[in-house]
Design a protein around this ligand. Structure first.
Ligand code: FES
Ligand SMILES: [Fe+2]
Length: 444
């Protein structure tokens, strides 16, 4: 349980808030590259950390992310003409380049140099692995991008999907570091006779109350949750929280699974979930397969048609207003625990149903919430250390702390889980000796 002040500190991310300032020290995934499909394509409204911004790709392919309203008299640059290396306001023709410099002011006499005095607020952008990253912080020279393996793979090997949720970023993120919901929300009606003996799924169906080991790390927090496997072994699930809003879930096989999950605050009550992973054809994928992938079949992706408003990007068709298409009959007949179709939609429904901003003063936490408790404390402490002592937030200047992996592994009963998984938790290492067949059907 948290105090009102602590909950506010964690959840408020707009300009002028403590958490907002803390997050602005980091690079932030702002868009999926395909949202700006080609040079001079239509601009996109982007809400990020409570700010209204316009993203555009200029003639040379560079991405700009600038204040939504024109510096002249405030018309929206969403309606701007994206042409000849800049975005031109359609009201009186002022034009801005990706750095925010006003490069043309055609309604002033030619001898005027007033345009050189005008600059729109613009954030530095970089593109890597299908994601447009923005730096909204105070440094003149931004820090390095974090070394996320899934975002640094060779062309053709990575995949990026996105979905928006209508709730605060933190409760959505907390769903990822709460491994104990999975055997209920996602697999509550799975039966042991439908699983293959010796797989992770087989063990999970038989034991739904894992024991947690939680610890602080240089990138954030990590847990190893374990349940019994065979008489002499245990099935461990290892997952991470990484500053300031990333997770690695314990799905799949440790040493094989490469992904990073970003829970990016758009404002206090909306967030964009950006999922970067490595395409692994051999592996069983069930966790929201295809959800949020704009390039895939719309029936599978569940995406609503894209609109141009602030909340029109990557919306899912099942949402609170239609009760996520819950099927009570399926639920009653034990064909689905929640009656809601699909892992990603189940997660969305559970976390959005907590309210726009989850009230953490009213919770009753138990031992399986240990990771959530630790992570909140770590985030509160780091944000306070930044504000009170000026300490650089963890990871900002250390991109290599992000070179980590999570996943499942079978260990001997008396093994030291940390020591025995050290090599497997390291990113950028191939493990051809591992066989992903042990995973079975993994719903996260
Ligand atoms: S408001 Fe944009 S040029 Fe006048
Ligand atoms: Fe989940």
């Amino acid at each position: 349980m948290l105090s009102v002040e602590e909950n506010e500190l964690l959840c408020r991310v707009g300009p002028g808030t403590e958490m907002g300032a803390f997050m602005r020290q980091y690079w932030v995934p702002a868009l999926v590259s395909t949202e700006l499909a080609e040079p001079d394509c239509p601009p996109v409204r982007v809400k990020l950390l409570g700010e209204e911004l316009i993203a555009f790709r200029d003639t040379s392919g560079q991405v700009g992310l600038i204040a939504a309203n024109c510096q002249h008299r405030g018309a929206s640059l969403f309606f701007g003409r994206n042409e000849e290396r800049g975005l031109r306001c359609v009201y009186h023709g002022w034009k801005y380049d990706v750095t925010g410099a006003c490069v043309d002011m055609p309604n002033e006499p030619p001898e005027s140099n007033f345009k050189t005095k005008i600059r729109a607020m613009a954030y530095a952008c970089r593109e890597r692995g299908g994601v447009v990253w923005a730096y909204m912080g105070p440094r003149r020279e931004p820090p390095p991008l974090p070394d996320f393996e899934a975002n640094m793979l060779p062309e053709g090997q990575w995949r990026v999907t996105a979905t928006m949720r209508e709730c605060n970023y933190l409760q959505a993120l907390e769903g990822d570091i709460d491994t104990s919901h999975s055997p209920f929300l996602h697999s509550g009606t799975d039966r042991v006779e439908d699983t293959r003996p010796g797989t992770f799924q087989y063990y999970r169906v038989q034991n739904r109350s894992p024991r947690f080991n939680v610890l602080d790390t240089d990138f954030g927090t990590m847990y190893g949750a374990h349940i019994g496997a065979e008489a002499d072994s245990e099935y461990w699930r290892i997952a991470c929280y990484l500053f300031p809003f990333y997770t690695i879930i314990p799905q799949g096989l440790l040493g094989h699974q490469v992904h990073i999950r970003a829970w990016v605050p758009m404002d206090d009550t909306h967030m964009m979930f950006i999922y970067m992973d490595k395409r692994q054809e051999r592996e069983v994928r069930s966790r929201g397969a295809g959800v949020g992938d704009e390039s895939a079949d719309p029936r599978r992706t569940q995406l609503a048609p894209r609109t141009t408003d602030w909340y029109g990007r990557f919306r899912l068709r099942p949402n609170l207003s239609n009760d996520y298409f819950v099927d009570r009959e399926k639920q009653q007949r034990k064909l689905s625990f929640s009656g809601i179709e699909g892992v990603a939609i189940q997660d969305k429904a559970a976390t959005e149903s907590q309210g726009l901003i989850s009230d953490r003063t009213k919770e009753h936490l138990v031992s399986s919430d240990a990771m959530i408790i630790r992570t909140r404390q770590r985030l509160i402490q780091a944000a306070r250390a930044f504000h009170e002592k000026g300490l650089v937030p963890p990871g900002v200047d250390d991109p290599d702390v992000y070179r980590v992996r999570g996943g499942g592994v079978i260990l001997p009963k008396d093994a030291d889980w940390l020591k025995s998984t050290e090599e497997l938790r390291r990113g950028f290492v191939e493990h051809p000796e591992l066989d992903p067949a042990i995973v079975g059907l993994d719903r996260g």
